[in-house]
Design a protein around this ligand. Structure first.
Ligand SMILES: [Zn+2]
Length: 276
């Protein structure tokens, strides 16, 4: 999938690799008044290059360093743009580590490149985007907010109302705080880097928060009854945790339940991949 749509001044390029006829983990690059918000996935680098040559942005910003958002930093450099990002992302993008195979398969291999530390606002000819620190999904995560238009660009904060998996370095307490903070802004449409344009944005963020809190309550109740981490995971999120095997423990249902039971301890949880 490589679809371009434009609505009320915001162009969205939505792209996703097809596997067995199904698009997996589509991701978006938005262009608004010459500002590219997100740079798409490296798997689509050639197509994006042709698109950006025809619709040339003058500036770019990445909400965080993950490859499906910032893996084409080299492409922007080729276009004469040094994208904005959080300081931690700037360091990461200058020399990204080798990412696990399942991520390379879905989004491609990220390139190294130059980016620069974003300031409090990004101005375009028509708009002013406030840069809002929004840690949770990652420590370097940023959202952008154009107050006059009521446009929040929320990176990977939303993605979906229900979560079934967690990356081991995601921080759930911070994610909850960020969801609360963003839901209070004055807007209706939000721009999600995986879903694209989404109506009733504040309600969507609040529902996601509620989903996490409900799951947390259920997990804790089961823990009090003496169930183990794997039992609780199975009861609340279903039988097999295939992603835990595929990602070698990086992304899993088990990590989500572990984080709900031990808030704030995500980074220190050691979750062994299951024995073969
Ligand atoms: Zn991400």
């Amino acid at each position: 999938m490589f679809q371009v749509s434009a609505n009320q001044g915001v162009t969205c390029v939505k792209m996703g690799k097809a596997v067995l006829g199904r698009t997996i983990r589509a991701t978006c690059s938005f262009i608004v008044d010459g500002l590219a918000v997100e740079g798409g996935s490296p798997y689509f680098k050639t197509k994006l290059h042709a698109f950006y040559l025809e619709n040339k942005p003058d500036q770019a910003v990445f909400t965080h360093c993950h490859e499906d958002h910032a893996g084409n930093v080299d492409l922007f450099n080729l276009l004469g743009i040094v994208p904005y990002a959080h300081q931690e992302a700037v360091n990461y993008l200058s020399s990204p580590p080798v990412i696990p195979y399942y991520r390379r398969f879905v989004w491609g291999t990220p390139a190294a490149g130059r980016s620069q530390i974003v300031r409090e606002v990004i101005k375009t000819e028509k708009y002013v985007f406030q840069v809002i620190a929004s840690p949770g999904h990652s420590a370097d995560h940023l959202c952008l907010y154009e107050k006059k238009e009521g446009w929040p660009f929320t990176g990977d904060l939303y993605v979906g109302e229900k979560i079934f998996y967690l990356y081991q370095n995601e921080d759930l307490p911070k994610m909850k705080e960020t969801l609360k903070k963003l839901a209070k802004l004055n807007f209706s449409t939000l721009f999600c880097s995986h879903r694209g344009r989404l109506q009733k944005g504040p309600e969507a963020l609040t529902r996601k928060l509620l989903h996490i809190e409900t799951l947390e309550e259920k997990a804790k109740a089961l823990q009090l009854k003496g169930f183990s981490l794997s039992d609780i995971t199975r009861q609340l999120l279903g039988k097999k945790d295939y992603m835990r095997i595929i990602s070698k423990g990086e992304f899993s249902k088990t990590a989500l339940i572990a984080a709900l039971l031990n808030p704030g301890q995500e980074g220190s949880l050691i979750i062994q991949p299951p024995k073969k």
